[in-house]
Ligand binder design. Sequence first.
Ligand SMILES: [Zn+2]
Length: 530
Amino acid sequence: MLLVIGLDGATFDLLDPWLAAGHLPTLAGLVARGVSGPLRSTLPPVTAPAWASFMTGKNPAGHGVFDFFRPHSPDLDRPQLVNATDMQARPLWDYLSAAGRRVGVLNVPLTYPPPPVNGFLAPGLLSPDEGETTYPPGFLRPYHAESGPYRLTPHVTYHPRRTAAFIADVQAVTAAQIRYALRIAQDHPVDFLMVHFFMTDLAQHKLWRYLDETHPFYRPEMGARFGTAVRDVFAQIDAALDALLDRLPGDTAVMVMSDHGFGPQRQVVNLNLGLMAAGLLALKEEAWVRLRAALARQPQAARWTMRLLRLGGRERLLGYADVDWRQTMAYAQGHMGQVYLNVQGRQPQGIVPPADYLAARARVMQALQDLREPATGRALVADVIPREAAGEGPYLAAGPDLHVIMADPGDVAYPMFATDGALVAQQWLADSGNHRPEGILVACGPVFRHGRMHEARLIDLAPTILHLSGVAVPDDMHGRVLTEMFTDEFQQAYPVCTQPAAAFRPFATPPPDEANALITEQLRALGYLG
Ligand SMILES: [Zn+2]
């Protein structure tokens, strides 16, 4: 059988020293006996599109999920969140099930509403009810009495003053997921079992400031108290992995992987203010909008104004509702530097004629390339990548037109519209860690060779898992089988076979508005909606 462990956001930058120092003995054993290396995420390296790419073996343009929310929501200030029915491609468990393999999937993001599988599936992040809705229905219920309530997200919202309580709750969520995984692995033997842990991502977003002495938010006394908190979450899962392997057959192949890596977030960059300064985005000529825009140009005043506005329930100094779309050529919306052109026929008030798309895009690219940090004059942007270079696919035109890669990865073009008005801002209450494009892949078992590998991408895992499971690879996947992971004997005995891709068919109706409202609230509390 194959066991896949997802460690959301895991990076070798943190893991390598912990592995060397003996803090993660189970994973260290897998690395020593197996094959491992970096795993290239999607562009953008955001959890929702990344997991969709893991599941489907396709680039975001191939499955249509580009962020936590849908592009071109009617109200950009309250964008509609994505769910499993937004993914326009078949997940790997669909192919495994069709080939008669028994599959079990626990906690993978973007699997709500749960698709039917030949086995069981309990959805992860982006589901509204902490494991209540599963396939088959009620799957987790028999375990409630013994294992307690199922948990997906903490109930404690992070704030520096609540750090200890937040860490305890993150560990409680992970502990609940471990209790269920161990019992379920014992009770329900399958050919493919996947267990995902999301708290590794959340812990790094919030707690990076305590483990990194070079971080601007680092304080020695807090570092001394909480500096091992992220490592402790990984160690908790490492011990569980050992217990899980004890319960599974001795020849189980194991893959440990992450959807993207992680690193410090030092500053946030509000690309929309940069586009405004370049004359590519205009605000409405209303007094109240102009007043807030003027305040936005004075960071100190902006901060105080925001405090007052927040008392009145306003979250941001400026929002998309303030934009004059008839004079706006481009805007940023997304978690990692996604920029959209305002195209006629695509956006309701689009102004860029499709015939002028490339010329307009070149102008926006140049303006983004020219962005400089006001305080130092250094270039903020390393690269601006046009959509087709991020990967082709039938949904290309629906997604972002440009992806901005920051020169310093500690600068994150993160908020939809930054909370205080500066182009570049340090925000004490914001995250201190954020995503990087390189995740991890570790594989160990009789079919895997030993050593390092360097070329693996997240989109390669679905075809690789299908091949390893003896299922022909659908010919429309963008990823390839990572044959170099396997022993020579395995490669010779099992050449890669392909099959014509089965047509995509919707498996469920999208969830009702109440469910979406609940998920939105959860994500907002976690700090994933800027
Ligand atoms: Zn993630």
